[in-house]
Design a protein. Sequence first.
Length: 171
Amino acid sequence: MRTLLALVFATSTLASACNDPVQARQEDVLGDEDPSVPEGPLHRPGQPCLVCHGEEGSVDPKFSFAGTLYQKAGLLEPLHDATVRFIDGSGQQYSVTSNCAGNFYVGASNFVPKWPVWMKVEYDGLTAEMVSSSTREGSCGACHKDPASPSTVGHVYLVEDSAAFSQGGCQ
């Protein structure tokens, strides 16, 4: 009987160790899904994708980088078909294209960066380059939240001028 109790205790302790309450709380803070957007590549624009899709996240696939691009400063119009280029500290390069929700993501097995990483966005002859490198965070939405403040730089956007161009959304 003691052996059985010890086995049950050990098993329950091991099982509870697999459930990270901090990680679960981070995922809960994201809130509910938008019911009009199915789960998948178009969901949760502007949120910190790696909370769920990072190494510690509960959702597959896993990403090394992910985020959302917007057309203009201060507006939430997605920038689609833009190229996001990455170059890491060892000179390794990788690029992806944003989808119609402005979302982009890099599979964790496709690009394993050596920090720091520099990033830039290119679209139709326009370029927006990060002023500094990322030294720790592959979830762009973790640092790029609106509104801009001392603790966040605001969303990733291509142009300041609202008259510069306009794209349609998802078709």
